[in-house]
Design a protein around this ligand. Sequence first.
Ligand code: UGA
Length: 426
Amino acid sequence: MKILIVGTGYVGTTTGLIFCEMGHQVTGLDLDDRKIKALQAGKLHFYEPGLEDLLSKHFTAQNIIFTKNAKSAIEENDLIFICVGTPQGEDGSADLTYVKSVAESISIYMNRYKVIVTKSTVPVGTANLVTKWIKESQDEQIPFDVVSNPEFLREGSALYDALNPDRIVIGTTSETASKLMRELYQNFPCPIIETNPKASEMIKYAANSFLAMKISYINELARVCDDLKINVKDVSKGVGLDHRIGPHFLKAGMGYGGSCFPKDVNALIQIAKENGKPLSILESVVQVNEGQPRYFIDKMKRALGGDLKNKIIAVLGLAFKANTDDTRESPSLNLIDRLKVEQAKVKVHDPIVKMTGRSDQFPVIEETVVDADALVICTDWDEYKNLDWESLKLLMKQPYIFDGRNMLDKGILESLGFHYVGVANH
Ligand code: UGA
């Protein structure tokens, strides 16, 4: 098949390359010159393990091309995936400006029947809106179908997730589009669920919100476990082995971040409110998540003698989780802001993220911890697991470790003379 991917972010680029792997011919369209130039040079404009090798493979084999030319891209491809961003608007709902502008371009350049697929996370009813937008700006009516086909891949493991999905959701009422989509996904060994577009759109929000709810649940439970001196990791394990609950997304920490959970939970809350059926459970999920860095700071303050004023705090990790350079809604940045409010002096490190304008960022961990009163683990990078703690301790002013990811070995650190504080990691 000849497939057009509109929007070359991590969802669009990964999806396009997966389709190349399945033997299809892909065009990536984006209006951002910087992204297109990078991709045309075979380079990713974001960090995602394994993806650049796949890009180089398919780019060299000419299975994928990148362009800014919407006219020819739309004219030449009959299966079009919309993968543009849907950022959070001021009231918490998703902003559909980019989706609308893609729909309008499609309607202008549509030359024959097209199947238009929304892969971006979009509010319930967007497939209908896309249909309306296209029809409204079409001079002459050309037939087309709109399908909702949400994506469930995670940053950091995008390639694996896209190749091994738990399920594929196809939301359409058109038999022609359904047949085409089933053919497209025929080699994926997972269930394919067909629904109407609205249910498909809801499935995506419901899934992300449910996962966020698991995280907030374990984080709030961790606060109780902390008081009761219970190790929350034991609780997660014991609870997660119940197959009705499952072991995933039960890691207590600093709260969820990233470009998806915070935005999507808020968007679903907004959808529910607009329909007069508030989702109070999700409102609590957000509240717990926002409180988690504050909870952690309070623990730090108590351990360090009551306040953080002029204390030097080495923060390890800026990304919202490991294996990505994405800092959007990162709990780490939230913690850093709060540390500054407490008048602490912050030094930061991240193996991949290089933030412009951050004079307090250091290229190596050793430099970051020099004279530090405490070290805080904010991102679960593997390389923070087995550091040379004995040497690091000699560089620090005080041997305090705050493990916001519960990923270090408390026993070993304490035997080396560190004061270790995790999130109910007793
Ligand atoms: C999430 C979903 O997991 C994907 O299925 C979905 O496709 C994607 O959003 C999206 O909508 O595009 P992602 O945001 O890349 O993926 O990252 P996750 O791995 O889900 O992690 C989200 C946040 O939760 C991170 O800050 C992570 O550290 C945190 N987390 C995760 C926890 O605090 N505890 C856990 O047990 C798991």
